[in-house]
Design a protein around this ligand. Structure first.
Ligand code: HEC
Length: 124
């Protein structure tokens, strides 16, 4: 009888910890998605200083091609910048073939790198 009780406690214990760890994951996912997909389309959320700097680089160097109805990604949309941080990093910082005419100047590249290092969120 004692053994059965110990077993029951054991399994209840596992159940409780699985339950709480799944709660934790849910919360983490919510946090992640709210930072990445909800903030950039929510006018009530203020954009961060580093993101604002990146957006102004993109405004002057990219949207002539990557504008509305232009080459994909449409970088006039803030969410496409947030979602596309990794591709922007590859093309502007690593390969340096965007814009096609010449690489961005060092200050503009640094603005992108600073934003990415800070977490590449709309609010960074
Ligand atoms: C003169 C027009 C032009 C300008 C300016 C330009 N691009 Fe592009 N971009 C293109 C074209 C055309 C492609 C598609 C062909 C390719 O991938 O090389 C492209 C592709 C890309 C891609 C890859 C898209 C994918 O689906 O993987 C990214 C990211 C990108 N550009 C970012 C930028 C950024 C950021 C800037 C500004 C710093 C910029 N581009 C400036 C014309 C331009």
């Amino acid at each position: 009888m004692k053994r059965i009780k110990i077993c029951i406690f054991f399994f209840v214990g596992i159940g409780v910890s699985v339950f709480f760890s799944s709660c934790y994951k849910d919360k983490e996912e919510l946090l992640y998605s709210s930072n990445n997909t909800a903030d950039c389309s929510n006018p009530a959320v203020q954009k961060g200083v580093k993101f604002t700097a990146v957006q102004s680089v993109i405004q002057s160097s990219c949207v002539s091609c990557h504008g509305n109805g232009g080459t994909s990604p449409n970088l006039t949309n803030a969410c496409n910048i947030v979602d596309g941080w990794s591709r922007i990093n590859s093309r502007c910082i690593i390969q340096r073939d965007m814009p096609p005419s010449a690489p961005l100047n060092i200050a503009d590249q640094q603005a992108i790198t600073d934003w990415i290092n800070a977490g590449h969120l709309y609010t960074n």
